[in-house]
Design a protein around this ligand. Structure first.
Ligand code: ZN
Length: 323
């Protein structure tokens, strides 16, 4: 655990950003329904531009799971993300949870988002993330739809216990949900016989930063795997309008430590190497030949990490920050 820095094998981890506005969060949907989105003041453009600036300063690349609804209204923003060398992936069109849709409507939503994004960036969109990690044991048909829509990977499972999402017994590391679809679950650590969240979201704002750093280091050094981490642009925006009438639990979860997130993201970018999901995970999984035996752990193929991305020089220390 406490190896000298020079002898540590430094992984390239995958950084992901879910591009949606503060009012599109599922827990706020009772207060701001979809029919009111267009008349609600947007903050997504300024917030994503801040994220792009932080990534640029750190020389890091990331994957942006972008809502089709946002892309339609801010196509130039999507082009700016792609121009920065980042991966454009899909977060569906209207931020509906897969658990709220039937097969046909789910497929239509993720196809529409893919089409809109591909038209804007003129490149293949390979990745999809379900809103609120809403693929569970009850709707595994969603993986069939994701493959049918032409995506090559999904990052829609959080293998933890949570009141809104999660498959606690899903594989912790990238696996094939089908022969032609890679699932990249959000990073967890194994401790006291259960999985604990280590891949960002509200936990990143709840816990002091050194805990997040320790969790990622643990995955890299003990599990010897790259981590996948996520946050939202609105989490760096303490100035966002407060939605009135919100219940206490949602208020706590949504507004907690917003003023600290930018600084924490800066530290995260300085402490680890980050790249896009397609480069960290997808490129290291060769396609399975038809009829090949199932080669892996729980439910799928366990691929060898891509050596090119496994070990890389640590970024130069960013002296003088001091915060
Ligand atoms: Zn989302």
């Amino acid at each position: 655990m406490n190896l000298p820095v020079e002898s540590r094998r430094v992984f390239v981890n995958a950084l992901t950003v879910d591009v949606e506005d503060y009012f599109q969060v599922w827990a706020l949907s009772p207060y701001i329904p979809r029919s009111k989105w267009d008349e609600t003041p947007a903050r997504v453009e300024r917030n994503v531009d801040l994220v792009l600036q932080l990534l640029d300063e750190a020389g890091a690349r990331a994957t942006f799971f972008t809502l089709g609804w946002v892309a339609e209204r801010f196509p130039e923003l999507v082009r700016r993300i792609a121009a920065g060398g980042h991966e454009i992936a899909s977060h569906g069109y209207a931020h509906a949870k897969a658990t709220e849709l039937d097969r046909e409507r789910f497929l239509a939503d993720i196809l529409l988002a893919k089409t809109i994004l591909q038209d804007i960036v003129d490149a293949e969109v390979k990745g999809y993330r379900a809103p609120s990690f809403s693929i569970g044991r009850a709707n595994e048909w969603a993986f069939d739809c994701i493959a049918e829509a032409g995506y090559r990977y999904s990052s829609s499972v959080y293998p933890i216990r949570h009141d809104h999402y999660g498959i606690p017994d899903a594989p912790r590391f990238a696996y094939r949900s089908r022969d032609d679809l890679l699932e990249v679950p959000i990073t967890t650590v194994r401790f006291l016989d259960r999985n604990w969240p280590a891949g960002g979201g509200g936990y990143f704002r709840l816990m002091p930063y050194p805990v997040s750093r320790w969790l990622i280091q643990r995955v890299n050094e003990i599990d010897e795997r790259p981590a996948i981490f996520y946050f939202h642009p609105w989490e760096l925006d303490p100035g966002q309008p407060r939605v009135p009438g919100v219940d206490a639990k949602t208020r706590f979860r949504h507004y907690l430590n917003l003023h600290q997130t930018e600084h924490r993201v800066r530290r995260l970018l300085a402490d680890f190497r980050w790249d896009r999901v397609d480069r960290v995970f997808l490129e290291s999984f060769a396609p399975l030949s038809r009829g090949a035996p199932n080669q892996g752990e729980a439910g799928g193929f366990r691929g060898a990490p891509n050596p090119a991305h496994r070990f890389a020089p640590h970024p130069p220390s960013r002296g003088g920050d001091g915060r």
